[in-house]
Design a binder for this molecule. Structure first.
Ligand code: DGL
Length: 265
């Protein structure tokens, strides 16, 4: 059994493209739809009820596009709304969470730093992750207001970005961590800056590849994978100003001719 229906991804903005890129790498035959809720970005400093409401609105739109699976390509939205979205829709829903399990396997000193949004770090999902995989480890967290906005404006390697990343990283490095989790899907786009500032002895881990493998497993299990002979395309939507969002999506996705459509949901 196979299905040519698309997979839907969404986030507060362009961050979830870091997850969709891993899915594209692993599953070239799949059609992918990306929704950037740019008019409401960032989510990470907003009330949980608002984030949940946005998740419903975007998922309603994507169900209208007949998506076969939804990826909540956002740690923050997964913290705020994964269970609620799973309850409401009949398609499989996959969320993203900070990579505590792989970090626990990678750390030598038993000291891990996590950068994420305040909503993610305050959520029950994160607390439960730390309980399940953090036994015997020291896990230090750091919310990073401002980083998401810099990625949204395509400024992932300028001076101001580097200074802000340094401000947050230094607090974790002062705790002698040897592993840093990028617990927000915007942050893989800052990986080069993080790695440069952290230095060569520090491992930097995100969840993108693990999510892509999970997508592949769930598609296969449900008989929903696209025919291997097909070539998947991508479409992009935003609640923001497409003139503003398009150049950043083009840069991050690495295709100059893609279209980003405005959609009010
Ligand atoms: N990229 C999202 C995450 O993984 C949301 C960040 C935000 O909008 O604050 O948490």
């Amino acid at each position: 059994m196979s299905s040519l229906r698309p997979i839907g991804f969404f986030d507060s903005g362009v961050g979830g493209l870091s997850v969709m890129k891993e899915v594209r790498r692993l599953l070239p035959a799949e059609s992918l739809v990306y929704f950037a809720d740019s008019a409401h970005c960032p989510y990470g400093v907003k009330p949980v009820e608002l984030i949940r409401g946005r998740a419903y609105a975007i998922c309603d739109f994507m169900i209208g596009l007949d998506v076969k699976l939804i990826v909540i390509a956002s740690n923050t939205t997964s913290a705020a709304a994964l269970d609620a979205v799973r309850e409401k829709y009949s398609v499989p829903v996959i969320g993203v969470e900070p990579a505590v399990k792989p970090a626990a396997a990678a750390t030598v000193k038993g000291r891990i730093g996590v950068i994420a949004t305040g909503v993610t770090l305050a959520g029950e999902r994160f607390e439960s992750l730390v309980k399940r995989f953090g036994d015997g480890l020291e896990i230090f967290t750091q919310a990073c207001p401002g980083l998401v906005e810099l990625v949204e404006s395509g400024r992932w390697d300028d001076k101001e970005t580097e200074e802000l990343v340094k401000l947050y990283l230094d607090k974790l490095l002062a705790r002698d961590v040897d592993t840093i989790i990028l617990g927000c899907t915007h942050y893989p786009f800052l990986r080069a800056v993080v790695e440069k500032l952290a230095g060569s002895g520090i491992k930097v881990i995100d969840s993108g590849e693990a999510v892509a493998r999970q997508v592949a497993r769930v598609l296969k299990k449900n008989g929903l994978a696209a025919d291997i002979k097909s070539t998947g395309g991508e479409s992009f939507f935003t609640t923001g100003d497409p003139e503003h969002v398009r150049p950043v999506v083009r840069l991050l996705w690495g295709k100059q001719d893609l279209v980003v459509k405005r959609e009010e949901v």
